[in-house]
Design a protein around this ligand. Structure first.
Ligand code: ASP
Length: 470
């Protein structure tokens, strides 16, 4: 009798004998009898060790979170003790034999109740325990279900998923890049991608036409609000498309996700309303307004597209680099709207030029953004000229992109979703840390692995790195 039965399948085994492999979810030793709850990935079931059972002695040594193998009879509970609303509420396991597969030390915090109220650094240090909690397991499972659905949905639309490099050159997403020193070329560094922007555009030049990726993005930002140094984007790019087509595909996909996995939620307006950046600022004072009719309704989803963003803005004081006259508002690869192309190419009225950028906002959070791209080499170069870069710098930083556009690059555009944020809202969680499996702290530390941390002298020497004390 070695076949394991998952706890969720026990109702089909009433009256029979089973083997269950599980954690001890809770344990109430009454001396003569022991009541237990067992938990595996599929659910929880109540168990009982009766007086005189061969298992009573080992049963007495059990504590919460011990790992056990249980041979048991699946009994129907007496009529009065049935709980019809919960899984296995009408059965219990009568334990016949018991084996401890592994013990569990004293827990740093109880796992039987929601861990959301536990001190967060403690939860993150022991994330593998925190993830045993029912809510965290639900979040991980739902994250996977949505990802899986998106993959299949986009595959049916003829997209293919492509993995792009993590070790690369700096990308421009308006933030700092993390760098990785090269041992083989001392003094040289790779950069970790802030997004796969350049690679996905190169995939369009490569003729792929429809690309997507669940992409990890790394941005070295100051700890600010609910941000993580690494996060996940659903990144996609399409050739020969209009703004309208990108917007429609994404809108349909978002609606399909909600309808399939969150039927209790209501989307406030379909099609999603669209307003210009200017209107958003005038009416709401922000470019990511929360337009929910009832902000206390946890099941209301108010999606909104923001369009017609200015293409350039004056750089903020802290970011002023030595040459920047203008900086891009979202993405240096974005194309101006057609009616502004002439001004753009003539470098006239820079502040007035509007770009094809579109952002999707949900309940006051920006959950995605994208644009059509400047796919003509001279147009892409113009953006960097307007930003005040000289030819040498343009060639050095973006020569490869401008050159690629010279080889029959199709018109293209795309978008990226902040996937963690979307999941946070759908799961009604207060922070993206609740939907990221091994989240960092809000100040960017990985407490599970104790990172960042110092490296050995040997490694420093190999990398040719010397630190000067500040
Ligand atoms: N790469 C952009 C971003 O990360 C998204 C896009 O334009 O597709 O915001």
């Amino acid at each position: 009798m070695n076949n394991r039965t998952y706890i969720k399948d026990l109702p089909t085994k009433k009256g029979g004998e089973v083997v269950v492999k599980a954690w001890v979810n809770s344990c109430r030793n009454q001396g003569k009898m022991i009541f237990l709850d067992f938990r595996d990935i599929s659910g929880v079931v109540q168990g009982i060790i009766l007086p005189g059972s061969a298992a009573i002695e080992i049963g007495g040594t059990l504590r919460d979170e011990f790992v056990v193998e249980v041979e048991a009879k699946v009994n129907e509970r007496p009529e009065k003790q049935r709980k019809p609303d919960i899984l296995n509420g009408d059965i219990e396991l009568e334990v016949l034999a018991l084996k401890v597969l592994n013990e569990c030390s004293v827990l740093p915090f109880p796992l039987s109740e929601d861990t959301i109220l536990i001190n967060e650094p403690l939860r993150l240090k022991y994330r593998y325990l925190d993830l045993r909690n029912a809510r965290m397991q639900k979040n991980l499972k739902n994250r996977f279900k949505v990802q899986n659905f998106v993959r299949n949905y986009l595959a049916d639309e003829n997209f293919i998923e492509v993995e792009t490099p993590l070790l690369s050159a700096p990308t421009l997403e308006g933030s700092r890049s993390y760098v990785v020193p090269s041992r083989l070329m001392p003094g040289n560094f790779f950069s970790l991608p802030q997004s796969p922007q350049q690679y996905k555009q190169l995939l369009m030049v490569a003729g792929l036409e429809k690309y997507f990726q669940f992409a990890r993005c790394m941005r070295d930002e100051d700890a600010r609000g609910d941000r993580q140094p690494e996060f996940t984007q659903l990144d996609l790019e399409m050739s020969f498309v209009s703004e309208e087509e990108v917007i429609n595909l994404n809108e349909k996909l978002l609606i399909a996700i909600v309808q399939k996995f969150y039927p209790e939620k209501k989307i406030q307006t379909i099609p999603f309303p669209r307003i210009t950046y200017k209107e958003a600022l005038e009416k709401y004072g922000t470019d990511r307004p929360d337009i929910r009719g009832d902000k206390n309704d946890p099941n209301l989803l108010a999606f909104l597209w923001i369009v017609d963003f200015p293409m350039f803005e004056k750089p903020e004081e802290e970011n002023v680099d030595e040459v920047a006259e203008w900086t891009f508002t979202h993405n240096p690869f974005s194309k101006p709207k057609d009616e502004y192309m002439e001004k753009f190419m003539n470098k006239e009225d820079i502040a007035l030029i509007l770009t094809t950028q579109y952002d999707v906002v949900l309940n006051g959070f920006e959950i995605g953004g994208g644009s059509l791209r400047n796919y003509k080499p001279e147009a892409l170069k113009k953006t960097f000229e307007i930003m005040g870069y000289n030819d040498e710098r343009i060639e050095q930083n973006f020569g490869h992109m401008i050159e690629a556009l010279k080889f029959g690059a199709p018109p293209h555009g795309g978008i990226a979703w902040g996937f963690d944020r979307l999941m946070m809202i759908l799961e009604n969680e207060p922070s993206i840390r609740e939907v990221i499996p091994f989240s960092k702290t809000s100040d960017g530390k990985d407490l599970t692995m104790n990172a960042p941390s110092v490296i050995s002298e040997k490694q420093k020497n190999e990398l040719g790195i010397n630190f000067t004390k500040k």
